[in-house]
Design a protein around this ligand. Sequence first.
Ligand code: HEC
Length: 466
Amino acid sequence: MELSILLNTGVTDNPSDILIFFGRIHPLVVHFPIGFLILAALVEITTKWAKFQPLKNYIHYLWGLGSISSLFAILFGYFLSLSGDYNENTVFLHKWSGVALFLFSSICYYISKRQIKLPFYGKSILILIIVFTVFYTGHLGGNLTHGSTYLFEYAPNSIRSLVGMPKKEIPRKKVTVLDSADVYLDLISPIMNNRCVSCHNQDKKKGDLDLTSYANLMKGGENGDVVIPNDAEASDFYRRITLPESHDDFMPSEGKKPLTKNEVLLIGWWINNNAPSNGYFSQLNPDKEIISKAKNILGLDKNNLFNKKVSPPKKEIIDSLSSQGFILNKLMKDNYYLEANFSLSEKSITPKGFETILQLKGQLIWLNLNHSNITDEYLMKIGQLENLIKLNVSRNNISDKGLMHLSGLQNLESLNLYETNVSDSLLTVIPKLINLKRLYLSGSKANDSIINELKKKNEKLRIIFD
Ligand code: HEC
């Protein structure tokens, strides 16, 4: 079985694991012939000096080692090529220049050992060819592993143009306003760059499909067009990202992280809108749903609270809250966002005193009122603290009626409702808290069906309930 694979000259569909295992030793083995052959060439040069003359007697060992190690490199390299993961043309050149190295170094071994004199600088020319071939083979090998642009990727544009590479691409500015987003360059292309081009590029062109540019995407793959404008359902591209993950054709393959629902939806929408190569996103008249998906993908829906500078709080307010039993902490070095914590206080809050906290509306982002005897009435005021990111109102006598007041807290990421009386209103309020990531409900009046419903509405929300 193994033998038959070995004898097979082309790339086999299913090389056995053991061969690929050996193949992966190739990158280690190749450094031996490189070292031996370069050393042999250097020693050949130095023996021109009388001082190094004695080395002449040993030089054939170096050529011999170079020749044998290149034979191993060729063998392991061949195994590695069976995996078919590499650009065929480059593999072809790499393989045969490796074989040439083996032949040339064997000849050098032979003539050094036998002390044969080649006519007309024959040996010097041969050595020159060997040195050149070592570099050339090594360079091709580098291209195979790292892609042909690896070496010059970070070179200055002047050097890049010498080797026929285009100027470095200036990365697109991060989109900050949806209206300035280009539909392909800012939305569709980054999705492919993140999830697809590792297997679909010039050097690694799985399925003969290159997804690094619009033009190449439209060229399609080995089975023809993959995007059919205005018909997502008929597009292989769309079909493969919407299949069940376990399906053989599913993309990205090999268990790589799939596209998010939003990304899939947006790609479908883009194809059905004629799959344009550029143009403003907003010019395609996206509906509300698509706009919100696009914002999500561009990260424009995240709270941008931290980009804002808030002014320092008034001293009287801080003093007043402290005297009531609040502990206040500044949360950032160069901004005045604050945490207020009443959970450790021995005193009790009064509705009148609590009014003061509204004067910290801009600064307050964490509020801890655990076990503080607050009621629904307080939640009405908390609902006005629109910058809150973390809110803990656990172990208080709070009901559905109070919870309703919190539905405007668009920045809220964490909400603790342990041991409160909230239940059905969760279904109304929680889906409105678009940034909520964690919800604590143990000991509340919520039940399994409410929890399941909440999970269905927002898969990303982590609910702690037991
Ligand atoms: C881990 C490697 C890998 C990743 C990542 C990957 N693909 Fe593929 N893709 C393949 C392989 C291998 C094939 C060829 C085998 C096949 O057709 O299933 C292929 C084939 C395809 C084809 C069919 C081309 C044709 O004409 O037959 C499409 C379309 C495709 N991929 C789209 C994508 C998209 C879109 C992504 C990103 C969401 C992606 N691929 C990510 C490995 C990958």
